[in-house]
Design a protein around this ligand. Structure first.
Ligand code: NOJ
Length: 708
């Protein structure tokens, strides 16, 4: 976001000319689909500040209408472009955020942001409701697929990268959401209370937002829920004092969907609607998403002297600042031609990211395939289901569910099509095998087993579907649904090699499926090219390099199982489940092996403000070139408050040729080792820190750093 004194002066002038109605109109956002036509028409004619879920030409019509109003202030058009401009059929659909995070490649994630910005701009829109900076730590939550995983450092790095991608060319504004703690609602139940202290918020949930604000984010969205009983929409301390005053966020805050109305109807935090409107503005919300009665109520209260004009002016200033920064007032505002939507250059970015987003979880040596199979059986409920592969927030699911015969206009590959394309000389046969949600009859399973018996190898594609991910779709049971485990057992019993591909929104309990597989590939929601890149990986067209941004439990009740927990007394093992996670955060295999040696620090002692370089030799000991992600963690040996046994504080991704050794260097800003003390202050406590580096949590090498 660009801020200049010249613009501020223009805004001051505009504010002096605007009526109360015009100012509050700027604070109102209207969604296309949720109103009676007369309500929509009213706001279109009076020139509401923002519209959402409007696409293409409709936006141009509304823009033209705003030109007829007295102040001629252009509206800002927001869209849920969550993984690509995904509500627009024909745009490039990228992997979900969770999937993209598996790449540990911030440069590619930045490119994903800039491609999305170009496509959104070409469609005539200005503002993406992305990135999601919630953490996926309670994986029962229905929206884990939208996160960059469980770790604040990784989510912050990816959040910063995608924000730069969105904002750097001035084409669109980013929106950091959902502020804050929304992903950790009690019981993983979407929109419920998050019972955490402000200390915890500062330690764990705030850092990604802080980094993305610094990276230039123009807007922030207030979460639905509450923090320890205080509705986020009314949380003055977090919205006004911390976000705006302390962090210095200069853009505007928009509520989430009907937050203001829900203060009364759902959270029962105010008795009258008017109170909700007034208190929400006082707390620091600048724009009301929907809740269209906000407009009349705020005007009435402002005219009666109950709602401060100074606060209204501040909110409108922030909104106009973003509009100026985007060049919305500029008649020559850059608008890319529609042809960029789904263009070959954009598809290439998607291809690179999708390849790097696949995680190889198991491989008994079968991959890459050594010979071309004559006959391949592609089996499973997700083998040919593009809705499941896309995951949430595409034109299939939003604004409304699309008809059953809706097809993507862009080129897309399910695993079945990917296998047919890559193994064009093999005979490829397919059976669904079982349903994910509905009853499966025996004949469906039997057909799949017969096909498997007739083939040289089996590619089994299992996971979850759209009905099991998204808002209001939290799960209490993360076992594979339906008869998927039975299908896997029976496929294994055929004696054929089984390569399992997971197409899913979040970590599931896959222990049984793993036992019945020779190799396992985690693809999450891979977007347009997910199925093609999976087939290319199986054929050995590239060497997989992705690592998990989130931990996999063995059993649903092990949750939360994120890696960076504090230490306790008794080892944390459940007496009735095998120890540890099925897969840890940061885990992922390659077709080669890497060994680490000689970890050193550029200095054994350091103080606040210093940067220490951590170096290590990494050798590719196999005979295939490949990428390796080196992960850097720290442990504060003794601290005044509990701190994680291991916390990620850096990483790097390097291309290492077979047989070669590369010296990896990761800069570590010593302030990254700070903690939030009992008073809520950020403090770097002197003492000994273990600095650990390696290819996974299970294989770290340690050097000692003394902080003075
Ligand atoms: C509700 C969701 O929580 C939010 O993520 C989204 O951006 C808005 N609705 C707008 O669709």
């Amino acid at each position: 976001m660009k801020v200049s004194q010249e613009t501020e002066n223009k805004i001051t002038e505009m504010l002096s000319e605007m009526t109360v109605e015009e100012k509050i109109g700027q604070m109102q956002q209207i969604s296309y689909e949720s109103y009676r036509p007369e309500v929509f028409e009213r706001f279109r004619a009076l020139g509401a500040g923002s519209f959402l879920h409007v696409l293409g030409e409709e936006a141009d019509e509304i823009r033209a209408e705003a030109k007829k109003t007295r102040m001629q202030i252009p509206p800002i058009f927001g869209i849920d472009a969550i993984h690509g401009h995904s509500l627009c059929n024909g745009a490039v659909i990228f992997p979900s955020q969770l999937s993209a995070a598996c790449s540990w490649n911030p440069s590619l994630v930045e490119e994903m942001g800039s491609v999305t910005a170009r496509e959104v701009n070409a469609d005539g829109l200005d503002w993406v409701f992305s990135p999601v900076l919630c953490l996926g730590r309670d994986t029962r939550w229905g929206r884990v697929d939208e996160t960059f995983g469980e770790d604040p450092y990784l989510a912050g790095t990816m959040g910063e990268a995608i924000t730069k991608g969105y904002e750097k060319d001035g084409l669109v504004a980013a929106c950091l959401k959902h502020y804050i703690g929304y992903g950790e609602a009690t019981g993983g139940r979407d929109s419920y209370d998050t019972e955490v202290s402000i200390r915890k918020v500062r330690e764990t949930f705030l850092p990604p937002f802080r980094r993305a604000v610094k990276a230039g984010a123009s807007t922030v969205m207030t979460a639905y829920g509450s923090i320890s009983g205080i509705p986020m929409t009314l949380h003055k301390q977090l919205l006004r004092d911390i976000l705006k005053d302390e962090i210095g966020f200069e853009g505007f805050v928009v509520t989430d969907w009907y937050n203001i109305q829900s203060l009364r109807t759902k959270q029962k935090a105010v008795e009258s609607f008017h109170d909700g409107v007034r208190l929400a503005v006082e707390a620091g919300n600048d724009m009301s998403m929907n809740t269209f009665r906000f407009y009349d109520s705020a005007i009435e209260q402002a005219k009666a002297g109950k709602l401060s004009m100074q606060l209204i002016d501040e909110a409108v200033r922030r909104i106009l600042r973003v509009k100026f920064s985007l060049g919305l007032f500029d008649p020559d505002k850059k608008r890319l031609p529609r042809e960029v939507i789904g263009s070959p250059e954009h598809i290439e970015v998607n291809r690179k990211l999708t390849r790097e987003s696949l995680v190889l979880l198991e491989n008994d040596g079968i991959l890459p395939l050594k010979t071309k199979p004559k006959r391949i059986a592609v089996i499973g409920p997700n083998a040919d289901d593009i809705r499941a592969q896309y995951g949430d927030w595409t034109f299939f699911s939003h604004p409304n569910e699309s008809p059953a015969d809706c097809k993507p206009l862009g080129d897309y590959y399910t695993v079945l099509r990917g296998v047919k394309t890559v193994f064009s000389e093999s005979e490829v046969v397919y059976a669904k095998g079982c349903h994910l949600m509905e009853e499966t009859d025996d004949s469906m399973l039997a057909e799949a087993v017969t096909l498997a018996e007739s083939a040289d190898i089996v590619i089994a594609v299992i996971g979850d579907c759209l009905k099991q991910n998204g808002e209001g779709k939290d799960r209490a049971n993360l076992e594979l649904s339906g008869r998927q485990n039975e299908l896997m057992r029976r496929l294994k019993q055929t004696g054929k090699p089984v390569i399992t591909v997971l197409v899913n929104g979040k970590p599931l309990c896959i222990g049984e499926a793993v036992k019945n597989s020779d190799a396992v590939i985690e693809a999450f929601n891979g977007g347009d090219l997910g199925g093609l890149c999976v087939a290319e990986l199986i054929a050995g067209k590239f060497n997989p390099s992705g690592k998990l941004p989130i931990s996999f439990p063995r059993s649903s009740a092990q949750i939360p199982c994120y890696y960076n927990q504090y230490s306790g007394w008794h080892g944390g093992k459940y007496m009735d489940v095998e120890e540890g996670n099925l897969y840890d955060f940061g885990y992922g295999l390659s077709f080669t092996n890497f060994s680490y040696s000689n970890p050193t620090l550029s200095s054994a002692k350091a103080k606040a403000g210093d940067t220490v370089t951590v170096s290590v030799d990494i050798t590719n000991t196999g005979n295939i070139d490949g990428y390796e992600i080196a992960e850097l963690y720290y442990n504060d040996r003794f601290s005044s408050v509990l701190t994680p046994e291991k916390q990620l504080c850096g990483f790097t991704k390097l291309w290492i040729k077979a047989g070669e050794t590369v010296r990896a260097e990761i800069p570590l800003a010593v302030d990254e080792l700070s903690l939030i003390d009992a008073e809520g202050k950020t403090v770097l406590e002197p003492g000994v820190f273990d600095i650990m580096i390696g290819g996974s949590l299970a294989s770290l090498q340690t050097a000692e750093l003394i902080v003075e």
